[in-house]
Design a protein. Structure first.
Lengths: 288, 152
């Protein structure tokens, strides 16, 4: 960890400048966006990079582009901007709830989408489960290597081992006619990390039954992940919160909850059926 | 390398490194001690200032990222010896207790009420989700802010 005052910062004006600076510093460098994770490293006695590349002023990283078939969200879009940019888009209801209920208002106006996805040691992040349910793709770039889009599941599984100098530049979501919902359980009503998170997206067929479902769980284990066993059980049924919660009770064995100071692992798993019920109800109410 | 900052309308030069938290520069270099360094994690809100008009927790802001932005601290709320309407209402309701959280709460509510001047109690409570008061003086705080919103 660098001594206080020894850290270096380069504020990049363009994406090319940022990628070049990150490539130049290799494993000693790190991107800095909202700062809400990196800046608390000293008080948590966590290691921090010697050299930071500020990416917050790069225009294309701060834009939300909503097209008819897809939505692109720049890596430096904050949680508050995400809410403002996507509110009212039916398929984004869960994502908007995730971004709008994370942390507290001041943090939401600083913390970015790219930072949230890049914080590998942040199991309670709200955006990954919501994005898993939308089959989001994560755009990453390296100097001279062009851009690559990774399915979010693959990104979450490999993000700790990305090549030094790799930068998350944005995410892309295909617009689908899905119902989405997001439910979280913080210990206080707001402003706290959630003990557990459930996100859902569901495609409803003409017969009113679930054609396809995505369910993702966050904060229970070290990283958010899908819940394929429950997804399978929902298919062909009418979407109903109580029924989904009951089905969830039978599928809890696939999770091993993480113990931490704010909650034991068993508790995180135990609350999942209630959160499944709430997430489904949120998805249904967004439709009505 | 020195960093030039615009604080409460004045240009100030800090000798701190670019990753120095803004709260430390405000308090230790410029003696603007209204904002308090408490949790240093963005949980408590005691260090809240405005950056380009938006509340921000200054413990998590490296000074190297805000050289071109306008920073306002709680010291700027009073103008020409006159308290802001929010400050006056807080005084009328005898809200202040130990004073540790209070500057941050003023900055959050100043920003929030300027955007939501008719806010109700629930909205005010939600706006204060990131401000922790160890004296638990929340009810009088919310009473005062709601009163100000009612007066418009």
């Amino acid at each position: 960890m660098p001594a206080p005052g020894d850290e270096r910062l380069f504020m990049a004006g363009t994406l090319a400048e940022a990628l070049a600076a990150l490539a130049d510093r290799g494993s000693e460098g790190a991107a800095l966006a909202g700062g809400t994770w990196i800046m608390r490293a000293p008080i948590r006695r966590e290691s921090s990079a010697q050299f930071h590349v500020g990416i917050g002023r790069i225009p294309e990283l701060n834009a939300i582009d909503v097209a008819a078939d897809r939505i692109r969200i720049g890596a430096c879009v904050t949680h508050s901007q995400l809410v403002a940019g996507l509110v009212g888009i039916a398929s984004c209801n869960g994502l908007v709830t995730a971004a709008g209920s994370a942390a507290n208002p001041a943090i939401r106006s600083m913390a970015t989408v790219g930072g949230n996805l890049s914080a590998c040691d942040f199991p309670a992040a709200d955006l990954p489960p919501a994005l898993l349910c939308l089959d989001a793709e994560v755009e990453v770039g390296v100097n001279g290597g062009g851009m690559q889009r990774l399915p979010i599941e693959r990104f979450l599984a490999t993000r700790k081992n990305l090549e030094p100098g790799t930068l998350v530049t944005g995410i892309t979501i295909s617009r689908q006619p899905v119902l989405t919902g997001h439910a979280r359980l913080p210990l206080r009503k707001a402003g706290d990390y959630p003990v557990a998170i459930v996100s859902i997206s569901a495609t409803i067929g003409r017969d009113g039954l679930v054609e396809d479902a995505r369910i993702a769980v966050g904060s229970v284990e070290s990283s958010a992940r899908r819940w394929p066993q429950l997804e399978q059980r929902l298919k062909g049924l009418a979407l109903d919160g109580h029924k989904a919660g009951t089905l969830a009770e039978a599928e809890l064995g696939v999770f091993t909850g993480r113990d931490a100071v704010e909650a034991p692992g068993w508790y995180r798993v135990q609350v999942l059926p209630a959160l499944v019920r709430r997430a489904v109800q949120a998805a249904l109410s967004s439709h009505s | 390398m020195p960093t030039t900052l615009t604080i409460n309308g004045e240009q100030r030069v800090s000798s701190g490194g670019p990753m120095t938290p803004l709260i430390d520069v405000l308090r230790d270099e410029f003696f603007l001690t209204g904002a308090k360094a408490v949790c240093r994690e963005g949980f408590c809100g005691a260090c809240t200032v405005h950056i380009d008009g938006q509340p921000a927790v200054s413990c998590l802001v490296p000074i190297g990222t805000v050289g071109d932005r306008e920073i306002r601290t709680v010291e700027s709320l009073e103008t020409a010896g006159k308290l802001s309407p929010l400050q006056q209402t807080m005084e009328e309701h005898d809200v202040v207790q130990c004073g540790m959280c209070f500057p941050g709460i003023l900055m959050v509510l100043t920003g929030f009420l300027s955007e939501h001047p008719r806010a109700g109690r629930d909205e005010i409570k939600a706006a204060l989700a990131g401000n922790i008061c160890r004296c638990t003086g929340y009810e009088r705080l919310v009473d005062a802010a709601a009163e100000l919103a009612r007066r418009g």
